[in-house]
Design a protein around this ligand. Structure first.
Ligand code: FE2
Ligand code: FE2
Length: 296
């Protein structure tokens, strides 16, 4: 493919970012309210209550064993008190993402596995983030949206074109395949999209640098955690023991990733990496239950 036709596709794809389904109003309002230190539960409750789909999902999630609660939560105000503002923000975003995926699921091949990968990455990022003293709830969202650029690519191109991009060489990773066909990769696409949605910088950087956290100009913890969460979600498919699993783990034992993790208080070696993966797998075991709660 020539450079000029690549450039044409890139411009067309970037244009699609504006066409991409906007986030529901409730999501932008929840982001606003939770970012404002002055706001209280009441303001958040009013916003969530106004949307029956989100309100039902939040109450169902508040009652789920994932949050370790057996008591009966029946109202949004009670759910907010039980879960806290940050958790509710993450759940609202999770539900919005789930709905976006659901809308295209039948039309586009590969979306189910992309959703599953995103959700497992979110669960892993939450566990890793908590161990590193990060904002686990924001890191859950970072994991959930890290590959959202692929969603733009799936949404914009025909099934045949998508197949052409990702199906070919086993040797190249997805980013390189995208660059070869489109002139830009899903990190760039995703960053443009979440920027247009006015997501906070830490999430923009998590999306934009999740394959190369060492290059992130700031908020490095976010792409760093997502880099490992992404890998754990892949290991859940291929297993840790085989050749493929070993190749996925290797970069975390060498610079620059090993140094970055050590600098952020989580020194990794073959043993600690395995232990961390085992902790993450416990979260994975609850994934199906959680996803079923997002169907409202
Ligand atoms: Fe990715
Ligand atoms: Fe990924």
């Amino acid at each position: 493919m020539t450079d000029s036709s690549k450039k044409k596709i890139a411009i067309q794809l970037i244009g699609q970012v504006n066409e991409f389904p906007p986030l529901p109003n409730v999501v932008s309002r929840v982001l606003q309210v939770t970012a404002d230190p002055e706001s209280d539960f009441e303001a958040l409750a009013r916003i969530v209550e106004a949307d029956i789909g989100f309100a039902t999902a939040i109450v169902k999630l508040a009652n789920s064993p994932f949050f370790g609660r057996s008591r009966q939560v029946s109202s949004i105000s009670h759910a907010l008190a039980v879960l806290g503002m940050d958790e509710v923000r993450s759940l609202v975003l999770a539900k919005a993402m789930f709905d976006t995926f659901s809308r295209f699921r039948d039309k586009k091949e590969g979306l189910n596995s992309l959703w599953k990968h995103s959700f497992y990455s979110a669960l892993a990022a939450q566990v890793i983030g908590a161990k590193m003293g990060g904002d686990a709830s924001a890191l859950f969202v970072a994991g959930l949206i890290h590959d959202i650029g692929k969603l733009v690519i799936f949404f914009s191109l025909s099934n045949e074109s998508v197949q052409k991009i990702y199906g070919k060489s086993e040797k190249l990773d997805d980013s390189k395949k995208e660059i070869a066909f489109l002139g830009l990769n899903h990190e760039d696409m995703g960053r443009l999209l979440v920027k247009s949605w006015l997501f906070p910088d830490c999430l923009q950087l998590a999306v934009g640098y999740h394959h190369s956290p060492e290059s992130a100009p700031s908020h490095q913890l976010y792409p760093l955690v997502v880099r490992l969460a992404d890998t754990f979600a892949l290991l859940n498919v291929v297993g840790m023991e085989g050749e493929e699993g070993a190749a996925l783990c290797l970069p975390f034992l060498d610079p620059p990733l090993a140094d970055l993790f050590a600098a952020h208080g989580l020194p990794l070696n073959a043993v600690t990496l395995k232990e961390l993966y085992q902790d993450v797998q416990k979260a994975f075991e609850q994934a199906d239950d959680l996803v079923s709660l997002l169907y409202v």
